[in-house]
Ligand binder design. Structure first.
Ligand SMILES: N[C@@H](CS(=O)O)C(=O)O
Ligand SMILES: [Fe+2]
Length: 220
């Protein structure tokens, strides 16, 4: 209901994303500042590599499986790359891998019926997501100098500053850079496309309007 509504910066309490280096378009390095209790919502990383290091304080990372009805781009690409047959090619046993879930060529030995894995992000109704509570697959406490890596093939995550009193600072490298990603409703797995924004760029605060659907966690 708040989607798209303009709200004042003081009305929302969230971590800030501060761009330090845009790597000539090849990567983004940013410093994220987390106030006590600040957290991100469950999100993907737009098919990018994400490395992070804790510079100050501590953060807890919680990882999740992708909801059944949403498929990451990275797996779609792997499936295409590893497709087991084509018009000129005959499938062989050794080319079969876990990544080939179901070849859609009905003359192929890996054909297991026409797949119906339409992406539910195209659909509107919340009822499509009722049975898809997000499954937690791991929890890691990160202290100063700890590093962590995630990409879409490894799952989804959210980060939280567990302290009630101390702030935390983390350094993030995203390669390639991305300006939008998906955040997921923790109870239903329903994805929402969101634009990610910067609080500051190269040390200068960005004048901007905060949108209610920023990655801030409002689900807990
Ligand atoms: N990936 C998040 C930060 S974190 O929660 O990993 C972001 O770029 O805002
Ligand atoms: Fe993240």
């Amino acid at each position: 209901m708040l989607n798209g509504m303009q709200i004042n910066e003081r009305m929302i309490s969230k971590y800030t994303r501060n761009l330090v280096d845009a790597g000539n378009g090849a990567f983004n390095i940013m410093v994220l500042c987390w106030g006590p209790g600040h957290a991100s919502a469950i999100h993907d990383h737009a098919d990018s590599h994400c490395f992070m290091k804790i510079l100050s304080g501590s953060l807890e990372e919680v990882r999740y499986e992708w909801p059944n009805n949403v498929e990451p781009e990275v797996l779609k690409k792997l499936k295409t790359k590893n497709s087991c047959c084509s018009a000129n090619e005959i499938a062989t046993e050794d080319r079969t891998s876990d990544l080939i879930y179901n070849c859609q060529n009905d003359t192929c030995p890996n054909f297991r019926g026409k797949s119906d894995n339409t992406e539910h992000r195209e659909q509107d109704g919340d009822q499509d997501y009722d049975a898809n509570k997000m499954a937690e697959i791991g929890r890691t406490s990160l202290e100063v100098n700890d590093v962590c890596y995630i990409n879409d093939a490894l799952g989804l995550h959210r980060m939280e500053n567990p302290s009630y009193v101390d702030g935390a600072v983390s350094l993030h490298l995203y390669c390639p850079p991305f300006d939008s990603c998906r955040m997921f409703d923790a109870r239903t797995g329903k994805p929402t496309d969101i634009k990610v924004t910067f609080w500051s760029m190269y040390g200068k605060k960005v004048k901007r309007v905060i949108e209610a659907n920023d990655i801030v966690d409002s689900q807990e």
